[in-house]
Design a protein around this ligand. Structure first.
Ligand SMILES: NC(=O)c1ccc[n+]([C@@H]2O[C@H](COP(=O)([O-])OP(=O)(O)OC[C@H]3O[C@@H](n4cnc5c(N)ncnc54)[C@H](O)[C@@H]3O)[C@@H](O)[C@H]2O)c1
Length: 325
């Protein structure tokens, strides 16, 4: 059995390969060639455990995540966990991967695929609202998906932006957009072509003002529970529909369930990215000045497809630790 830590996982694959694999997972979803029960989420004393099993023809696996809201204040990551990857024929566990890093790597790629599909080619600036772990990886993929020249950062809570920016600069290597910290979310909205939300918020993270949202492409990552919300209702004045991943997202995310319950939208305005990607290799990017909206809640199929890519690449390169239990 191979144990893959963050370093081995990161050096096994490129960001572009991970985005391709995420696109591939969306096509598998549309084809129906998988089995993935709605993920059970267990709450205890304010903390959440997520169990995300999924079966494909060639392998199956389970991602286990812990989400502890009190962790960031203690300097610990909000999300921790493991991914088990199993052989489809025998059930044998072939690999254990760092589930927290897998989450960030594949969720960043989900945002990157959202940017490939739903942001104008000309987009040259990206803003992240919620500068935690997911926000960091969203920015790396944004710089892969589009020619980003300016990055804008906003967080509602005090942050060590100096080390966040230094870490971003290290990862971005030669590709060095200018990075700005915004004191107000309104400033980030005005300056950014692409707006990514990666918060744990329970109420919209920007004003309910269509004039601030018009002409932006929103990639919304954070809300995965009915009581969590990132986008205000004004978005629905500007877009015909939102693209998301799976019907369960409508139940899971307050960004979708709340406007539905309030009668602001009907389900007809919710579409699925897998349908789009199975019809076309990749859709023509929207035109400059359009307003666009992609909402991700994540799903085990994404983790499984990306974990399989990483495992196969690590085997090829001889990375990871072989362990006999
Ligand atoms: N869509 C997916 O597949 C997917 C995958 C992983 C995580 N997530 C979700 O993404 C969110 C972020 O996860 P993370 O690991 O980056 O957490 P994190 O704690 O590392 O980062 C969250 C950041 O958001 C900031 N924040 C909270 N409320 C805010 C507000 N109202 N306005 C601005 N900033 C605010 C926090 O200060 C923090 O810096 C979580 O809700 C998580 O469940 C979604």
């Amino acid at each position: 059995m191979l144990i893959l830590n963050e370093k081995d996982m990161r050096r096994s694959v490129t960001l572009s390969q991970v985005m391709d694999k995420v696109e591939d997972a969306y096509r598998i979803f549309a084809s129906g060639a998988f089995y993935m029960p709605d993920r059970p989420s267990v709450m205890h004393e304010g903390n959440t455990l997520l169990y995300m099993p999924c079966f494909m023809e060639s392998c199956f696996g389970t991602k286990f995540l812990t989400l502890f809201p009190g962790n960031p204040a203690k300097g610990l990551p909000y999300i921790d966990g493991l991914m088990l990857l199993n052989d489809a024929a025998s059930g044998k566990t072939e690999a254990i991967l760092d589930g927290s890093f897998l989450t960030a790597l594949r969720t960043g790629a989900v945002g990157g695929v959202g940017m490939r599909c739903f942001t104008p080619l000309e987009s040259s600036s990206v803003g992240v609202i919620g500068c935690g772990k997911q926000g960091f990886y969203q920015l790396l993929y944004a710089c892969e998906a589009r020619q980003i020249q300016n990055i804008y950062l906003y967080d509602a809570f005090p942050k060590d932006f100096e080390s966040y920016i230094a870490a971003l600069q290290r990862e971005l290597g030669k590709n060095q957009p200018t990075i700005h910290v915004c004191d107000r979310v309104e400033d980030l909205l005005t300056a950014s072509d692409i707006v990514v939300t990666t918060t744990t918020a329970t109420s919209p993270v920007m004003p309910d003002d269509a004039s601030l949202l018009r002409g932006k492409s929103f990639i919304c990552i954070g809300s995965y529970k009915p009581e969590m919300r990132e986008l205000p209702n004004a978005i629905w004045q500007l877009v015909d529909h939102v693209y998301t991943e799976l019907p369960f997202a409508i139940e899971e995310s307050g960004d979708l369930s709340q406007p539905l319950a309030d009668g602001i939208i009907t389900e007809a305005r919710i579409r699925y990215i897998g349908d789009l990607l199975s019809e076309q290799q990749r859709p023509t990017p929207p035109s400059p000045g359009s307003t666009n909206y992609f909402k991700s809640v994540g799903m085990g199929l994404l983790d499984l497809n990306v974990a399989q890519l990483i495992y196969q690449a690590a085997l090829q390169h001889g990375y990871g630790q072989n362990v006999n239990l």
